[in-house]
Write a protein that binds this ligand. Structure first.
Ligand code: ADP
Ligand code: MG
Length: 483
């Protein structure tokens, strides 16, 4: 506390805090204002300080007017509030004495996965579906990845609804969309949703669900299908109502794909449900042949977008609640959650990582979780915004719009100048903004040869050096695509 402040000033400050508390309520007050201090009061300006930059920016953006109004209610001469971050030196002086550490409980589970924030009290992976799942070589499931723990927000509500629908279907029900194909970037909840379907389906006496990673499908399932020696396997397969395949983008090899195609057709034709997750839409699955691709696109294709800040916040809140089942003393103040939700934007895995660190720190040192601690602990998880996944379809759409041609012009064999240049630009963007190979890009541009794509890429590369207008156009297109 600043000793230069008069008794009178301090009394004002107490009144202001009381007003503020009455206005925002005790919870918000203690979350955001408990550690605000009056440093100075001179003429018409009040100087306040908080311990961290984040608190400062939050108060500034959410409560600046309220704080000023409360001051003016007490002292009408005030017109300005300065809010600063207390320096480390001052902060050190007010550091609370260190408590002896609490007994340490392991934060890492035996399977190497963190169970620090486990949703449930179960460790490790438990096969489900009894013998069917085992006999068919189902991939291990994580018991934490269930529907209860899945937080629904704008970006995933359609995928969630479709997944629920599949999980709740009863044997013999009409299949509504087949396959259900969910795609999203890394860490946005695909595996979580697929495993939730598997748990739920197998638990509620509904359709038996078999969950396979593409890898398992390739190395276990397919070979078993081929040999078909084990009678148990055939028996079990007959009992499966839903086949779930995760990370389809990893499915490789011609013969595996043929087998996959065969399985897919057989299951769909028999009215069994197929659910698939991948990091890209069916049209971008390079190595699959056209028939499989169109079969995949023929069901319901749903994209899950990035986790917005609100969803991230809700996920964090749910995680902390779950963690408290194991660690009752673990408490993360709301401002810390808000800070993580705001800054750790990457994906669900980093959110989990951030909370695990706070938990570890809290358990290992016995220090309460504070904003300062959070800022220190999660610093390296704050990455620049992940560049958006750009799809070839979007490139074609946006380039066509820019140059006033149609998308089918771009894919056509027409060679008039007004189509050739936009087509080259689109191919160039496809090469520079996506990870697609030249042959794949050629295929997506009306079945052109990869040398044609290469030529287009070189052509545009050569032109942008000399042609400022074109260079600017391309910059503009890139910006639009990555927005
Ligand atoms: P993907 O398979 O898409 O790469 P995961 O399903 O493995 O991503 O999700 C990564 C992490 O983020 C997991 O810990 C998962 O539980 C969490 N997560 C992602 N989305 C959600 C959500 N909507 N609700 C709760 N947790 C989520
Ligand atoms: Mg996954």
């Amino acid at each position: 506390m600043n000793t230069l402040l008069s008794e009178q000033n301090l009394k004002c400050w107490t009144q202001v805090k009381d007003r503020l508390r009455a206005e925002v309520g005790e919870d918000i007050f203690s979350s955001w204002f408990a550690r605000i201090e009056l440093d100075n009061l001179e003429n018409d300006t009040v100087s306040l300080s908080v311990p961290t930059r984040f608190l400062r920016s939050w108060i500034q953006s959410h409560y600046a007017e309220k704080v000023l109004a409360c001051w003016q209610g007490v002292d009408t001469t005030i017109v300005r509030i300065d809010l600063t971050v207390r320096t480390a030196a001052i902060r050190q002086a007010v550091t609370v004495p260190v408590k002896p550490p609490e007994p340490v409980r392991p934060v890492l589970g035996s399977n190497g996965k963190s169970d620090g924030l486990g949703f449930r009290g179960i460790n490790g992976s438990t096969p489900v579906g009894g013998s069917a799942h085992e006999a068919l070589g189902g991939s291990p499931l994580d018991p934490r990845l269930n529907f209860d723990a899945f937080v629904v927000g704008r970006s995933n509500s359609l995928a969630h609804a479709a997944a629920m629908q599949v999980a709740n279907a009863r044997p013999g029900d009409q299949v509504m969309f087949n396959p259900l194909y969910i795609h999203a970037g890394v860490g946005l909840g695909k595996t979580h949703l697929l495993q939730a379907v598997t748990w739920a389906g197998n638990a509620n006496g509904g359709n038996k669900v078999l969950y396979l990673t593409a890898e398992k499908f390739m190395y276990g399932f397919v070979s078993a299908l081929r040999t078909q020696t084990a009678l148990a396997f055939k028996e079990a397969l007959r009992g499966i109502g839903v086949l779930v395949i995760d990370d389809l983008q990893f499915l490789q090899g011609k013969s595996t794909q043929a087998e996959f195609c065969h399985t897919l057709n057989a299951l769909i034709d028999a009215g069994r449900q197929v659910v698939i997750a991948s990091d890209r839409p069916p049209s971008d699955l390079e190595s699959l042949d056209d028939r499989v691709r169109s079969r995949l696109a023929g069901g319901l294709v749903v994209e899950m977008g990035g986790l917005g800040e609100e969803l991230r916040f809700d996920i964090l809140k749910a995680r902390v609640m779950a963690a408290r089942a194991h660690h009752p003393t673990f408490d993360v103040p709301l401002p810390v959650l808000a800070y993580i939700a705001k800054t750790v934007t990457h994906n669900g895995r980093d959110l989990e990582g951030a909370l695990n660190r706070l938990l570890a720190h809290n358990k290992l040192t016995g220090h309460a979780v504070t904003l300062e601690m959070a800022e220190r602990e999660v610093r390296d998880l704050i990455r620049p915004q992940e560049p958006k996944r750009v799809k070839i379809e979007d490139i074609q759409r946006i380039v066509a719009r820019q140059y006033n041609v149609s998308r089918s012009d771009l894919l056509s064999s027409r060679r008039t100048a007004n189509v050739v240049r936009p087509r080259q630009v689109a191919m160039y963007l496809a090469k520079t903004l996506t990870l697609r190979s030249l042959p794949e890009i050629g295929r997506r541009f009306g079945g052109r040869d990869h040398t044609t794509v290469l030529h287009a890429v070189r052509k545009i590369e050569g032109l942008v050096g000399a042609d400022v207008t074109l260079a600017e156009e391309i910059e503009g297109l890139k910006r639009q695509l990555q927005e």
